[in-house]
Write a new protein. Structure first.
Ligand code: NAI
Length: 334
């Protein structure tokens, strides 16, 4: 069985997903596309033999489409995801599920009313080999009870439109999801800590920043986010347990990472670092759809991640510790 996928949004990651789904993932084909950039979408459509539609509902409602990928900017996600649920079609929505918890709750409500899981959120780190090995070490209790997590999220440079809250809503949202997933607990509070500003960050942007996240049982997760670090895309994570630690391999055994000098071994961007994870993620989604199963990150995971990232933004604004407001998990997602 071949799953015919419609993709909405053919920018950076959308185009990569089109390529993966049309030529690397087995069991899928890309049949329909839409993007507000009509020239670009027509070019991509002709390269993979898909139909370019002139609106998102054309893709979602098309009889040529069995399932939909949403890879447009976050503020469009809720409306498009709701339209997919309304059409009864499985939808893979890139992170964030939506920028506000109110919109996420609307999606949960619609999915529950539909009676079956239709939504998967693009938290691809859960499909990364190294993160999966860490999860195994936590789940089989070989490092004992988890006490602490240390995370780093660094990018070479940020786009000019990046504001001081975006490191949390765009970047740390991945650490939020991986922390919840790794330790199997909700995050309940966030405190953003000011750091000396880099001269290489734009004038308007606080960079780097540190946030301390607290889990329900008291596990503390510190995350450094530095989106103008200059030398490479560097993601690290160490989970400290009572009996040992589980960590992603650091890019080098020691020392100095600098632009053009010693940053070999550090990938230039997320496309390189998580290339395999994106592929495994989509293959898993397509394999599941073939059996009417959606087992990846759910709309509930998307809602929780947005709630925590919004809490970080509140802490940035208030300068103090803020608590996460979550509804009780509906039985549908248990
Ligand atoms: P992008 O700006 O490169 O692409 C967005 C595309 O959406 C553009 O082609 C634009 O013309 C199109 N677009 C904008 N509004 C639209 C609308 N109303 N209807 C149809 N098309 C519209 O952005 P990028 O980096 O590809 O990000 C897209 C989404 O993917 C974002 O939500 C982002 O957070 C997420 N993302 C996730 C990553 C991950 O690691 N899981 C990595 C990069 C992006």
């Amino acid at each position: 069985m071949t799953i015919r996928v419609g993709v909405i949004g053919t920018g950076s990651i959308g185009t990569d997903h089109v390529k993966r789904l049309s030529s690397q993932v087995t069991g899928s084909t890309v049949s329909a596309l839409y993007d507000i950039d009509t020239e670009r979408v027509c070019e991509i459509a002709s390269s993979v033999g898909a139909v370019a539609f002139d609106g998102p509902l054309g893709v979602i409602d098309s009889p040529l489409v069995d399932a939909v990928v949403i890879a447009t900017p976050g503020e469009t996600h809720a409306e498009l995801t709701l339209a997919c649920i309304e059409a009864g079609k499985p939808v893979f929505c890139e992170k964030p599920l939506a920028p506000t918890t109110e919109e996420c709750l609307g999606i949960l409500e619609a999915e529950i009313a539909s009676g079956r899981r239709l939504v998967q959120v693009g938290f691809m780190r859960r499909y990364d080999r190294a993160y999966r090995t860490m999860k195994q070490a936590i789940d089989d209790r070989s490092i004992g009870e988890v006490l602490l997590m240390h995370c780093l999220h660094r990018n070479v440079s940020s786009p000019p439109t990046y504001t001081s809250s975006m490191p949390f809503t765009d970047s740390v949202i991945h650490e939020v999801d991986t922390s919840r997933w790794l330790v199997g607990e909700e995050l309940v509070a966030a405190t953003v800590v000011g750091v000396r500003k880099s001269a290489y960050a734009p004038e308007h942007l606080l960079d780097p920043q540190i946030v301390l996240l607290e889990s329900a049982s008291g596990i503390l997760v510190d995350v450094e986010v530095f989106v103008n670090c200059q030398y490479g895309y560097d993601v690290r994570c160490e989970v400290v347990g009572e009996l040992g630690v589980a960590s992603l391999d650091p890019p080098r055994s020691t020392a100095t990472l600098m632009t053009r000098v010693a940053a070999d071994g550090v990938p230039p961007d997320w496309k390189v670092r998580f290339g395999e994870a994106y592929l495994v993620e989509l293959q898993d989604w397509i394999d599941g759809l073939g059996q009417n199963v959606i087992a990846g990150p759910s709309a509930w995971d998307g809602y929780c991640a947005t709630a925590v990232s919004q809490c970080c933004v509140r802490s940035l604004e208030s300068g103090g510790r803020e608590t996460v407001d979550l509804i009780e998990m509906p039985a549908f997602y248990a």
